[in-house]
Ligand binder design. Structure first.
Ligand SMILES: [Zn+2]
Length: 364
């Protein structure tokens, strides 16, 4: 029965039909891996019900290995044992030896292998019924990231939120580098994506009306942690928008606390790490923070913000902490945070003010 089905497939001409059938199946498998799907670090997927690509050995004419994406794909499939002796032109199907079943007794070239025309991924399937090995590898690892985003219901920022940030002098370039997104079913909800080693590990949402909440299962870490992975000098701010503001002023070595500020400084001794729940994000990032010799605290200019600076300094070691003093706005008030300074005084002024941070003293 299954052989008849295979033969039908083998007789089909190459067409987009193959893709439209294969893609949703494999894609769904990547998003929510069911039991029969194995995903490995190379993002290989085994799906049982993907159709068979057509048969046909192609002539090798050109050498496509020089193309960067084809090169990456080649390296990735070689790890899996797939070899293409000569060139493998995108958009064509090739019959190669299957590293799993080795083509059976007849030593058939049973592995149908294909690089999609835009070179984004390569896919294959062994057409021997007893084997049926299939999978995909991607030329760009970011694919994994964008799939995690889709799973969370995130999409790139639309014009409304881009305008919201523009009003706060945060550029599209900064938003894009920090992978700021919006919820796809609620286009006025900002999603600050929390990444570690380039992977999505959490998300904090914010309405334009300043309501916050956190994605389920979000890791307790600093926002922007990858930006301080090798920094000897770092800046800590009190909100994601302040981190983006610092970037506008030229500081990428900046992280934000994930959860705002405490009401006041605790009068008690520091609790042991495992009981220090409100600051777990610091201990989870200890490895990163330990490398910093100079830590500039640029929290908000209000009592909770100042309490936060003190609590951070207590944990990080006051001797390596510096504090930013936000300038006066007028006779009676001072600027509140990095974004307010950026908005009213500009990026250069913000840069100068951060550079003028003074050694932290508890009396501050
Ligand atoms: Zn096979």
């Amino acid at each position: 029965m299954s052989m008849i089905l295979h033969n039908q497939w083998l007789c089909r001409p190459i067409s987009k039909f193959i893709f439209s059938n294969l893609l949703p199946t494999t894609y769904a498998a990547l998003v929510l891996p069911p039991k029969h799907v194995i995903t490995c670090s190379l993002f290989v997927v085994h799906a049982t019900n993907a159709p068979f690509p057509p048969h046909g050995v192609e002539e090798f004419v050109e050498n496509d290995f020089d193309e960067p994406k084809v090169k990456i794909l080649k390296q990735k499939v070689e790890v899996l044992g797939i070899r293409f002796e000569n060139s493998c032109l995108p958009g064509q199907y090739y019959n190669l030896f299957c590293p799993k079943c080795k083509g059976g007794e007849l030593k058939e070239r049973s592995l149908s292998f294909h690089i999609v025309p835009d070179r984004e991924f390569a896919m294959w399937r062994c057409f021997r019924a007893k084997c049926g090995w299939c999978g995909r590898v991607f030329a760009d690892d970011k694919d994994l990231y964008s799939r995690s985003e889709e799973r969370l219901g995130l999409e790139p920022l639309g014009p409304k939120l881009i305008a919201y940030f523009k009003e706060r002098l945060i550029s599209e370039e900064t938003l894009s580098r920090n992978a700021v997104r919006q919820m796809s079913d609620s286009k006025t909800v900002i999603a600050f994506t929390y990444k570690q080693n380039g992977l999505l590990v959490g998300c904090k949402y914010r309405t334009t009306g300043k309501r916050f909440w956190q994605g389920k299962g979000t890791e307790k870490i600093l926002y922007g942690i990858d930006d301080i992975s090798d920094a000897a000098e770092i800046v800590i701010v009190e909100g994601e928008i302040d981190k983006l503001s610092l970037e506008e002023a030229g500081f990428r070595n900046c992280v934000s606390v994930p959860g705002g500020a405490p009401g006041k400084v605790s009068s008690k001794d520091l609790p042991p790490i495992e009981k220090d729940t409100a600051y777990q994000y610091l201990w989870n990032c200890k490895e990163y923070l330990d490398k910093a010799v100079r830590i500039v605290l640029a929290t908000d200019n209000d009592p909770p913000g100042q309490a936060l600076a003190k609590e951070l300094a207590r944990r990080l070691g006051q001797e390596r902490c510096w504090q930013v003093h936000w300038p006066k706005k007028d006779e009676f008030t001072s600027f509140k945070d990095a974004n307010e300074v950026l908005k009213y005084m500009g990026a250069d002024a913000l840069k100068r003010i951060v550079e003028k941070a003074e050694p932290f003293t508890i009396a501050n």
